[in-house]
Design a protein around this ligand. Structure first.
Ligand SMILES: CC(C)(COP(=O)(O)OP(=O)(O)OC[C@H]1O[C@@H](n2cnc3c(N)ncnc32)[C@H](O)[C@@H]1OP(=O)(O)O)[C@@H](O)C(=O)NCCC(=O)NCCS
Length: 388
């Protein structure tokens, strides 16, 4: 895999860190003689969906050596993984794509977006003073592993698209491998506590630089997760107040970052939107039943899914804020669409109207798109803050 991505071979330390999260019974390799020529793996996660959580396979480490490309090895691994997730009853699959055109053919749709942001510190005053009586402290790695995981647990249930992140994963995040520093400092780990309760954390590095006018450093924010609005504002204020820095940069931030409205200069943060997680509905009926809907409504969907024939069919969805039911149904459909496009709509990160205007779905009963958009709407845009 490292060779396919043009990286050097892993060190013993990197292997030890990777081993803790690797699920060997869900790891695939193609061999040509003794040589590994293709790899893929799955992490066993739960994903927050609107109003609940569902088992989700996190597809990872997908690679095919250049000498063996375009012979169907990726296709074979995708087939094997979808069958495995279906047999286990994992209704969702998620992945980060190296290139956007690869995974649509396997039924993955663009389910979440993320933002890369940059804030000039000279324009980083808040419009109003930050309220809140909590306390910020720098913590060591063992405390970070324990307390940041507690924060994550509180935050994830409110945020569609967030995955489970237990102490193994936090240890992995805080391992602070040389590979990830790219010339910046080791990690700074900051915890926000409200009384005894940890409600937010930030992990960052700084990269010092000096020019003729003085310090010109960059603070690279790696992760900022908060379970309350107070913790969120206090951590951003902290990150924007680190001396000697000219700017703060961050990747994988939510597209609806409240920071813009905390800042007096709302032209900051300068933002670039990127694709986040690609989602696959491995079991359409279980996925549709597993989330809640903003308003009560009924929709009949014709879902096309050539790769997973168990999904291909027509569904009657009866859903609302209190629950959902999804059954096979033979009547006239309201909407017809591909499974990959339904996956792109599932977490509420895209609108049916947008995909309709791109010619991706058919409205077979007038008003169905407006009804679907009202039902699938969520109060937070989906966001996945962890990479895998
Ligand atoms: C992307 C990669 C895994 C594809 O593997 P592969 O074994 O060559 O793929 P397959 O032979 O199964 O290709 C299946 C189909 O996808 C298409 N495809 C594969 N890679 C593609 C790409 N990068 N862009 C567009 N289409 C692609 C193939 O053309 C083929 O289409 P066809 O069925 O119409 O002929 C491989 O090129 C690779 O390892 N790239 C570098 C690492 C990487 O990007 N990994 C993905 C991490 S998310």
């Amino acid at each position: 895999m490292r060779r396919a991505f043009g990286a050097s071979l892993p060190t013993d330390e990197e292997l030890a860190v990777a081993r803790e999260t690797t699920e060997f019974d869900r790891t695939l390799a193609f061999f040509d003689g003794a040589e590994i020529v293709a790899t893929a793996g799955i992490f066993t996660y739960e994903m927050t969906v609107p109003g609940g959580t569902l088992p989700c396979g996190g597809v990872t480490r997908v690679s095919v050596l250049t000498t063996h490309r375009r012979r169907g090895l990726l296709t074979a691994m995708m087939r094997r993984q979808l069958d495995d997730m279906h047999e286990r009853g994992e209704p969702l699959a998620a992945l980060y794509a190296s290139e956007a055109p690869i995974y649509g053919r396997f039924g993955y749709g663009l389910g979440t977006y993320q933002a890369a942001v940059e804030i000039e510190r000279s324009h980083a005053a808040f419009a109003k003073a930050v309220a809140g009586g909590g306390r910020l402290t720098m913590v060591d790695v063992p405390t970070g592993i324990r307390e940041f995981t507690r924060v994550w647990e509180q935050a994830r249930h409110k945020q569609p698209g967030m995955l489970t992140f237990d102490e193994r994963w936090m240890r992995n995040q805080l391992a602070d491998l040389e590979l990830h520093r790219e010339g910046s400092s080791p990690h700074y780990r900051v915890l926000y506590r409200d009384g005894d309760n940890p409600t937010g954390f930030a992990i960052y590095r700084i990269k010092m630089d000096w020019d003729a006018s003085g310090p010109n450093g960059t603070l690279r924010l790696e992760m900022l997760v908060a379970a309350t609005a107070e913790a969120y504002a206090a951590l951003w204020r902290h990150v924007l107040d680190v001396d000697l820095m000219a700017r703060v940069t961050a990747e994988m931030r939510p597209v609806e970052e409240p920071l813009r409205f905390l800042l007096a200069d709302s032209r900051q943060p300068k933002t670039r939107i990127e694709d986040g997680v690609w989602l696959r509905l491995v079991d359409v009926a279980a996925a549709l039943e597993g989330r809640r809907y903003a308003v009560d409504g009924r929709l009949t969907l014709r879902v096309r899914d050539a790769l997973c024939p168990w999904n291909d069919g027509q569904y009657e969805l009866l859903g609302g804020p209190g629950g959902a039911e999804c059954k096979s149904n033979g009547g006239t459909p309201d909407l017809a669409l591909d499974a990959a496009d339904l996956a792109a709509l599932y977490l509420g990160g895209n609108r049916f109207r947008t995909l309709f205007e791109a010619g991706r779905l058919e409205e077979l009963r007038p008003g169905a798109i407006a009804r679907a958009d009202a039902m699938f709407a969520t109060d937070r845009a989906p966001w996945c803050p962890s990479h895998f």
